[in-house]
Structure formats: C-alpha cells, structure tokens
Design a protein around this ligand. Structure first.
Ligand SMILES: [Zn+2]
Ligand SMILES: [Zn+2]
Length: 169
C-alpha cells in the first residue's frame, strides 16, 4: 500500500508519472488517476494518450462543469462527451465522479463506459478471475474511489494478490 501511494504522490512530475504509466502498459488500469487499486481493464493506449494530452493542454476549471462542486471537495476528471476522444475542448467536460457517471448513464444507453454486459449496477465482473458476482460486501470490498463504491476485483482475488505480495516482500 505504502509503495503504491508513493507512486501517485502529487509531487511527481508528469514525466515521472508517464514513466510509471508506460511501465504499466498492458496491465489493468485504474479508471481515474490516483485511483490506487483499480483493476479495471478496458481502455486502450490511444485512450490514455488522449487523456494525457487533454490534461496537459486544457485549462482545468476549478469546479465540476455540471454540479459546480469545487475541486477541493471532490476529485474532478475530464470526461469526453461522445467517447470519440477528439482534441476539441468543446467535446470535453471537467466533471466530478458522480456527474461523470450520471452523464454516461444519460448519454450512453445506461452504460457508463466502465460497465459492460457483465458489469451492471447489481453485478460486477471481477477484473482478475472474470467471475461475475453480485455487487455486495460479501464478494467485493467497499471503496469510495471506485465506481458504485466497490472495488473491481473480487475479495477472493484480492486476498490472493495480497498473499502474493506478502511472499514477494
Ligand atoms: Zn459534478
Ligand atoms: Zn476475482
């Protein structure tokens, strides 16, 4: 845990972060930056490339563009309006997590971009074992920073990974 926290420390420059990101290429990626244990897979390299570009080139508003919550209260992220990921500022919104989710639900057929057939509001496919399990504390750990308040990895796999880490250290 300590190690991972260090990785995403705000002191890191973009270059360093990019280096870390590059090293992680091909591995499951978190949905949001700084999201420490997200194991969600799905975006390809071009998606993250454009997101990096957007982060560097657009001025970040202080507030969520929909609910106006300030960035000190909630983490805000760039959301692409039509999922085409152009480099046009008007195709992007700077949104808090809840507005982002709401926006995707409204505009993308009830499927936020992190959801697929296996991932609904009641079930989630574990990103490691690919098992689709009910979205309850019995199968998934709570996490405020993850979508719908649960981790992307099932409890079973999480404890396996934990044990693996322990033996490595
Ligand atoms: Zn908002
Ligand atoms: Zn699993």
């Amino acid at each position: 845990m300590k190690k991972i926290n260090k990785k995403f420390s705000r002191k890191k420059s973009f270059k360093e972060i990019k280096k870390i990101r590059d090293a992680q290429l091909g591995k499951p990626r978190p949905f949001t930056t700084g999201d420490k244990n997200g194991m969600w897979k799905g975006h390809n390299a071009s998606y993250s490339a454009i997101h990096h570009w957007v982060k560097r080139n657009f001025k970040q508003p202080d507030k969520c563009e929909l609910c106006k919550i300030s960035k000190t209260e909630k983490r805000l992220n760039w959301a692409n309006k039509d999922h085409k990921y152009t480099r046009d500022r008007k195709d992007w919104l700077y949104l808090c997590y809840s507005c982002h989710t709401q926006y995707d639900i409204k505009h993308f057929n009830n499927r936020p971009n992190f959801l697929n057939k296996q991932n609904t509001f009641t079930h989630r496919q574990c990103s490691v074992c690919r098992e689709t399990l009910p979205l309850t504390t019995k199968f998934f750990c709570h996490s405020k920073s993850h979508s719908l308040g649960f981790r992307y990895i099932c409890k079973n796999c999480q404890s396996k990974q934990f044990q693996l880490k322990q033996t490595k250290d």
